[in-house]
Design a protein around this ligand. Structure first.
Ligand code: SF4
Length: 400
């Protein structure tokens, strides 16, 4: 598994795989070619279908600033990966794959490939290694593998997550999508937050607060503003929403919340290593499902649940999102994505409650690794219409 700094990144929305990764690939390619060379970029697979709504074209142009760039989309070729980009200049050709969460991989430019730092691939391996390590806490265990500044890095990540929420719950205005009047959407986090403040505790206040926080980040991402990939931009509202709720509404100390990013990261890394966190590879179960598992684990950690209960919460969160399709309408990460972040945050809280109260009563039969395997085989057998091509589901029903 890779460093938590490779899971929690910071960049412009609306999509880590379609916006941040193309930008990184373009910047890397620009660093390898001569000044002023013309560049042709071809998008394949999901990128070819949804590049406009995901701003992939403008992000490669930004990464290749100073070069004349032609962008081509090829929906006919069968690419080796659902998110493939080819960069061609007179002096160089490279092919990059976007793996999800902003990570890029290349067979022709292997220097961009990121290394594993955790010498174990599954959640069960992580638990076994941790229990046998003699470490007093999960952060202490992870710090054995991470660079020295990881704690500081995670504090920075938390600050950026919370900043996106502070910004989102005080901002209004339209979310820029195409001209289809049926799809015009306005930022609503601020109004949801104001509504939540008027509701007495126990009558839906918590659910509305979680939704307001999740919408705040997801709407920022949809507007192309900077967010933390947790694990992706499309699902960037779920984990920050529950963490912000714990901090602002429950008084959990920031240091404890920062610590919870370690276990949330282990959960996300397990999915990334053994299945995928990209909607274009595994459907929305890979994005919102993973984000919800990460958030449930963080909630369990902050409440002092056992590692077994934390795993239960992460497992339940994913299990009931299995098969969730990715069908962003018109290729914009707006419908159903923003609302889905709110639902994910509430589901994370419910999963944590199951872990806390039901796990001691009824033994869970499904491990987190089991559900990740199930997610992978489900994702592999999903039709490509439901994997971020905007050809099926809601995208089909609401198309212009
Ligand atoms: S439907 Fe889910 S996976 Fe697809 S773009 Fe939206 S948030 Fe991402």
């Amino acid at each position: 598994m890779k460093s938590l700094s490779k899971l929690f990144r910071y960049g412009p929305g609306p999509s880590s795989s379609h916006t941040i990764a193309p930008f990184s690939a373009a910047k890397r390619f620009a660093s390898l070619i001569k000044e002023g060379e013309k560049v042709e970029v071809t998008f394949y697979g999901s990128l070819a279908y949804t590049f406009r709504g995901h701003h992939s074209d403008s992000s490669v142009k930004l990464g290749l600033e100073g070069h004349e760039v032609t962008v081509i989309s090829d929906t006919t070729a069968k690419p080796p990966h659902p998110l493939t980009m080819k960069f061609v200049s007179p002096s160089l050709t490279h092919v990059y794959f976007s793996l999800g969460g902003g990570e890029i991989h290349s067979d022709t430019d292997p220097e961009v490939n990121e290394e594993d730092i955790y010498p174990f691939p599954t959640f069960a391996d992580f638990v076994r290694e941790y229990v046998g390590s003699g470490c007093r806490s999960i952060p202490e265990f992870c710090q054995r593998y991470e660079s020295k500044d990881i704690d500081e890095y995670l504090y920075g990540i938390l600050e950026k997550m919370f900043w996106a929420i502070d910004r989102g719950i005080t901002t209004c205005g339209p979310i820029p999508v195409n001209k289809n009047p049926r799809l015009q959407v306005w930022r609503s986090a601020r109004d949801i937050y104001q509504k939540a403040l008027t509701i007495p505790a126990g009558q839906g206040k918590m659910e509305l607060l979680l939704s307001a926080y999740a919408y705040a980040v997801a709407e920022s991402s949809a507007c192309g503003e900077t967010v933390v990939t947790s694990p992706t931009c499309g699902s960037s509202g779920v984990l920050p929403a529950v963490l912000y709720y714990l901090f602002k509404n429950k008084g959990v100390p920031l240091s404890k919340i920062k610590e919870s990013l370690y276990i949330a990261g282990m959960v996300g890394d397990t999915v990334k290593q053994n299945a995928s966190i990209a909607g274009s590879v595994g459907g929305c179960q890979a994005e919102i499902g993973t984000a919800t598992s990460m958030a449930a684990a963080a909630l369990g950690y902050c409440d002092g649940l056992s590692l077994h209960q934390i795993e239960y919460g992460a497992e339940v969160a994913m299990e009931h999102f299995l098969g969730l399709s990715c069908d962003p309408v018109d290729g914009y990460v707006v419908i159903p994505c923003i609302e889905r972040n709110g639902i994910g945050a509430i589901r994370a809280y419910d999963s944590y409650l199951y872990a806390k109260h039901i796990e001691p009563i009824r033994k869970n039969q499904v491990s987190f690794d089991d559900v990740v395997k199930a997610m992978k085989i489900t994702g592999d057998s999903l039709d490509s219409k439901y994997k971020e091509t905007s050809l099926g589901g809601l995208a089909e029903i609401l198309k212009q």
